[in-house]
Write a protein that binds this ligand. Structure first.
Ligand SMILES: [Zn+2]
Length: 423
């Protein structure tokens, strides 16, 4: 791939600004001609022509045919379009126990990827060093440098300020408090970095490569240990006044319910997260806390857990997936737990549907593995308890994107999107 050095829209050479302007228009207009680009940009035709030729040489624009004569006032012209295959961005998706790092292209294809466990030291500095080292290795494998990337996008499981580039609070990474992640990474890698919460970046993946491509009003809901949402309104991701929109896991559904790790009570997460599914499954009738006889999870028995709070996130995820697998095999108790889990999840979606009247709710994360049994329980609850009009106009579906890489695709797209949107 030819080296790409478009860079962000900062004051710089006029050539750089013209290049970025034409590139943005190419992406926006779809298939177009040089005269049409000149007209839309206000840049002179000779300059646009030169810029398009340069973009073509760099692999960012491609010829796709000849325009009909009538369409361009009598003169046939070459049709160009943006070549998403020609761009690369760095993608980092931080989970509570793992960091995924990848290089992706503008079509959301992963060219190199590495998942690294975080280990016991999850403080920001060691994790940032791990990200830098991993990305450097991947770039070397691809024979690229950071200068070949448009930028780097990072998805984080917590409250982040997209516009300030700061991670304010990550409930499952307690040492991450007001971390200026964009600055820290940009300084180490000498490239533009953008950060957003994990649910927002997943919604970007859905918008460009999944079930949001038709530009509908949609909501994505993350299932798993933490629950959160992202709202696409009028074709734009709604981030809220402090960039924290979507923390629906802490929407209170039982005003005097169970204690949540956020400090409040009765949050939706205390009923519908996989943590509480595992809690329900492991609480024995005699008051003990252990796996039921019908469930096998490697290494679980070696530990002495007193409650679900003692279990680390990796083990909770493994337990939940073991329950889903048992349900798929027809195990009666497992089926019953998955149905109950789906019911609680559906309660939250009832509120979302009534509140936002989305055209589509797309569920992603761990519960996708629970399959149709879970989705049916969710849909039944929404059907029974939502107001008729919003219910009739909303479909509830699983994300079709591979759940192992959906966060990475979204994170990489964050950098591409920020550049094209001029942020
Ligand atoms: Zn809470």
């Amino acid at each position: 791939m030819a080296a790409l050095r478009v860079g962000p829209a900062v004051p710089g050479s006029l050539r750089q600004i013209n290049r970025l302007t034409v590139l943005r228009l190419l992406r926006k207009l779809g298939t177009t001609t040089k005269p049409a680009l000149a007209s839309a940009s206000g840049i002179s035709r000779p300059t646009v022509s030169k810029v398009v030729d340069e973009l073509e040489t760099a692999g960012l624009a491609e010829r796709v045919g000849i325009a009909p004569s009538s369409a361009i006032g009598g003169k046939p012209g070459i049709l160009y379009r943006f070549n998403a295959n020609g761009i690369r961005s760095g993608a980092v998706f931080l989970r509570v126990d793992t960091v995924q790092v990848a290089v992706i292209d503008g079509n959301g294809r992963v060219h190199a990827q590495r998942d690294s466990p975080l280990g016991n030291d999850r403080r920001p500095e060691p994790v940032i060093s791990l990200i830098v080292a991993t990305l450097s290795k991947l770039l070397a494998e691809l024979q690229l440098t950071t200068q070949d990337l448009l930028g780097i996008g990072v998805g984080v499981p917590g409250l982040t300020s997209y516009h300030a580039g700061v991670v304010h609070f990550a409930p499952h990474l307690p040492e991450w408090s007001d971390v200026p992640l964009c600055d820290l990474l940009a300084r180490r890698l000498q490239i533009g970095v953008w950060v957003d919460n994990d649910c927002h970046v997943q919604a970007l993946a859905e918008r460009y490569f999944g079930l949001g491509q038709d530009g509908s009003e949609f909501v994505t809901v993350q299932s798993g240990i933490g629950l959160s949402a992202a709202f696409y309104v009028d074709g734009t991701l709604y981030r809220g006044s402090a960039d924290t929109a979507g923390e629906i896991g802490h929407m209170i559904v039982q005003e005097d319910g169970r204690l949540c790790h956020c400090g409040s009570w009765g949050c939706w997460e205390t009923l519908a997260s996989i943590t509480w599914l595992v809690d329900e499954v492991c609480r024995a009738p005699d008051g003990g806390f252990r796996l039921p006889e019908w469930l096998e999870v490697p290494d679980f028995a070696d530990q002495s857990y007193q409650s679900v709070w003692d279990i680390d996130p990796t083990m909770i995820t493994r337990c939940a997936h073991a329950v889903f697998q048992a349900a798929r095999k027809g195990q009666t108790e497992a089926i019953s737990f998955v149905r109950q889990h789906g019911y609680y999840f559906g309660v939250g979606l009832v509120n979302l549907t009534n509140m936002f009247n989305p055209q589509r709710i797309i569920i992603w994360g761990d519960d996708v593995a629970a399959g149709d049994l879970f989705l049916e329980a969710v849909s039944d609850t929404v059907k029974k308890r939502t107001l008729a009009r919003p219910r009739e106009t909303c479909e509830i579906v699983f994300s079709p994107i591979d759940q192992e890489v959906v966060g990475l695709i979204g994170a990489g797209t964050l950098a591409i999107d920020a550049l094209f949107e001029g942020i």
